[in-house]
Design a protein around this ligand. Structure first.
Ligand code: DX5
Ligand code: ZN
Length: 216
């Protein structure tokens, strides 16, 4: 199980410390939400900040591009040093070409779909992608509630490919994570549930404690 805190809701004036706190709490990746104000109604940050983040952690950077025409920007994010580049199937016309290009740039290629986008739009590229990101909220903002039918989408995806890396993003907290896990997700993006806490390290660790308790 991979825990990927999304820094969208972090304190950007204290970003390095916030990221280090998640690391100490047992986070595996850092999730970067890139928003352009067009594909989604919000604007976040670009490759310059991603490059700064690269310098302050060794954890893999999981870059989620919520932008129109991601093909115009993947090179800049690859140069910034991110590890995963995930693009929305809805945002590009040539998904096959784009996933190949991401891999040519030396990054892992992820493909993402919004809640209302059918799985069929990505089933032909499952073998090309290193990861599928299933949105469990309409992207754009942190702090929204998980849309339950997205869990069914995760289950159907898991039954299509047993060894697929399936990431889920939106509304994941201590209550919903077990449901997403049961549905078949293995990578969990967690934004506000971690960064709105008083103690980010302890809050990250709570997700790990829950996992340990389940095993024993
Ligand atoms: C949604 C973003 C998410 C979001 C997660 O547009 O892609 O990564 O920040 O935040 P929470 O966990 O608060 O839903
Ligand atoms: Zn995201």
């Amino acid at each position: 199980m991979i825990i990927a805190p999304s820094v969208l809701n972090a304190n950007f004036l204290n970003l390095e410390a916030d990221i280090k706190a998640t690391e100490k709490g047992g986070a595996n990746w850092v999730h970067l939400d890139i928003m352009d104000g067009s594909f989604v109604p919000n604007i976040s940050f670009g490759p310059g900040i991603a490059q700064q983040i690269r310098k302050c952690t060794k954890l893999p950077l999981d870059c989620h591009l919520m932008i129109e025409r991601p093909e115009l920007h993947i090179e800049a994010f690859a140069q910034a040093g991110v590890d995963y580049i995930t693009v929305h199937a809805e945002a590009t016309r040539h998904l096959d070409r784009l996933l190949n290009k991401i891999k040519e740039l030396g990054c892992k290629a992820g493909v993402c779909i919004n809640p209302a986008t059918p799985l069929e739009s990505i089933t032909d590229v499952l073998d090309l992608a290193d990861m599928v990101l299933v949105m469990s909220v309409n992207p754009g903002f942190g702090g929204q509630s998980l849309i339950p039918y997205c869990l069914d989408k995760v289950s159907r995806l898991r039954s299509m490919k047993a060894n697929l890396q399936i990431e889920i993003d939106g509304g994941i907290n201590l209550e919903t994570l077990p449901l997403a896990k049961k549905a078949g997700a293995n990578i969990f993006v967690i934004g506000s549930a971690i960064f709105s806490a008083e103690n980010i390290e302890e809050e990250t660790a709570r997700f790990r404690v829950k996992e340990r308790n389940k095993k024993s």
